[in-house]
Design a protein around this ligand. Structure first.
Ligand code: NAD
Length: 448
């Protein structure tokens, strides 16, 4: 087996080939999910390009700069082909993927109509849903059961049924459902045993998203968490993930404003520029915006967004630059904008001799357009991780931090938020899997 760390390359590690179909299971068939599904089909049909997806467009440099070797990631690694992906999903609304995509209004009708038969064929399964966890939603397309354990069993049946009916060789689940109320770890999350007792007793600390994750991991299906929910950030899921060789990654897709923060803040720190304050405000009008209008759901999102700067800037190491900087994030629901949100940042920085400067950003972004390629890459990489002898038993796939606002880490480790460190970590993991030398950018040998 190749060495687990160090800059030396070893032998290529074992990765099973991506044969057969990959079943992608999506709880929450809203804006992100349908933009992801529609995008995969549009690319398959040659109607559009997979912009923003590292797995589809990215390359990886191998060896020395003089070697000129930079294959495409998808040629370097045995990733599943887009043509081999099949989808299913769950939602508390009955709309199929076409109707839901029309409702979300992210993609133009013209594009949607070209792939209508495909989208219409993806009908949501009944959701495991409880209004106590998402106060702003109320749908009727919901499973009934005598307790949460029974609901988990029903989801496990869905998973088995989908595998059989679609003929999928492998499965991955990715949560694209709403942001739930803020929850913290409790006793019921501490082990599989405690969690299963909690399912029987309908423990209120078990949110619907956790029931999906429990069902997936129990079936050996990798799970990615696109929302800031606690879901897989609890010991029970880490235990299940490792035991069943079902990798996990979370949480919260890194799009929009947080993406900009993790691009800019590392730059300020690299140049030893100080920060007095960072005020971020957003308006958005999609269903996600409506859900986040509830203080319980907003608190979950806020926690996820706030941690980023603190971790990147390391005030404890640089008190003169970053002690007590003021950081505020606001999200306001404003229906006229739909999915096309607008995020403003006012950044108060200071330089040489403490002289203040300001930076203003006005990012007119499209949330789901930024999130969809992330969903695709996470699904393909989690599937790869499950086929990798070295990665499948690790549980948390920290090398996928690149895609996430609040990356999961091994207990006791702080997460890396800096986008450039995250990218290096991701690519070096891939080089390592293939037995290629890791790239350190030392480069002294060029001057021998
Ligand atoms: N769009 C982005 O850029 C972005 C970035 C980071 C995170 N996210 C997160 O991704 C998630 C999806 O975002 P979106 O814009 O697609 O929202 P959306 O409201 O359009 O879609 C969410 C869907 O999930 C469904 N849902 C909620 N609870 C469910 C349950 N228990 N089971 C099945 N379905 C359920 C809702 O009915 C809805 O259709 C949100 O949690 C959001 O915070 C989005």
């Amino acid at each position: 087996m190749a060495p687990k760390s160090s800059t030396d390359s070893g032998k290529a590690t074992q990765i099973a080939p991506a044969k057969g179909k990959l079943g992608v299971m999506v709880p929450g068939m809203g804006a992100v999910a349908t933009t992801f599904m529609a995008g995969v089909q549009a690319v398959r049909k040659g109607i559009a390009e997979p912009i923003g997806s590292l797995t589809q467009m990215g390359t990886i440099r191998l060896g020395k700069r003089t070697e000129g070797r930079s294959p495409k990631l998808k040629e370097f690694l045995p990733l599943a082909e887009l043509n081999d992906i099949v989808f299913t999903g769950w939602d508390l609304f009955e709309d199929d993927a076409y109707e839901s995509a029309v409702h979300a209004a992210v993609l133009e009708k013209d594009l949607l109509n070209q792939i209508k038969p495909f989208l219409s064929s993806i009908k949501p399964r009944k959701a495991v849903f409880d209004r106590n966890y998402v106060k702003k939603l109320d749908g009727k397309h919901v499973k009934k059961g005598k307790n949460k354990r029974d609901l988990a069993e029903q989801l496990r049946d869905d998973i088995k049924q989908f595998k059989k009916s679609s003929g999928a060789d492998r499965l991955v689940m990715i949560w694209c459902g709403s942001t739930e109320i803020f929850l913290t770890r409790t006793e019921v999350h501490s082990s599989v045993k405690a969690f299963e007792r909690g399912l029987e007793k309908n423990d209120e600390n078990i949110a619907p998203s956790m029931i999906y994750a429990y069902a997936a991991l129990s079936e050996g299906v990798p799970f990615a968490n696109g929302a800031p929910n606690l879901t897989v950030d609890i010991p029970v899921m880490m235990e299940l993930s490792r035991k069943n060789n079902a990798p996990i990654a979370g949480k919260d897709f890194k799009t929009g404003q947080t993406l900009m923060k993790t691009i800019l803040a590392p730059g300020f720190k690299a140049r030893m520029l100080g920060l007095n304050g960072w005020f971020s405000t957003n308006i958005l009008g999609n269903r996600d915006g409506e859900v986040l209008d509830d203080p319980g759901s907003f608190k979950t999102k806020e926690e996820s967004k706030l941690s980023v700067l603190e971790q990147i800037l390391q005030p404890a190491l640089y008190p003169k630059l970053y002690k007590d900087f003021y950081h505020k994030v606001r999200i306001n629901y404003y229906p006229p904008r739909g999915d096309n949100k607008e995020g403003w940042d006012n950044i108060d920085i200071f330089g040489w001799l403490g002289y203040p400067m300001q930076i203003k950003i006005d990012f007119l972004c499209r949330d789901s357009i930024l999130a969809a390629p992330i969903a695709l890459d996470l699904v393909l990489f989690l599937d790869l991780a499950q086929r990798s002898e070295q990665l499948r038993g690790l549980g948390i796939q920290e090398w996928l931090s690149f895609y996430l606002k609040s990356p999961m880490t091994a207990p006791g480790l702080y997460p890396e938020h800096d986008l450039f460190i995250q990218l290096m970590k991701l690519k070096n993991t891939l080089r390592h899997l293939r037995g290629e030398p890791l790239i350190t950018h030392l480069g002294l040998e060029y001057y021998d």
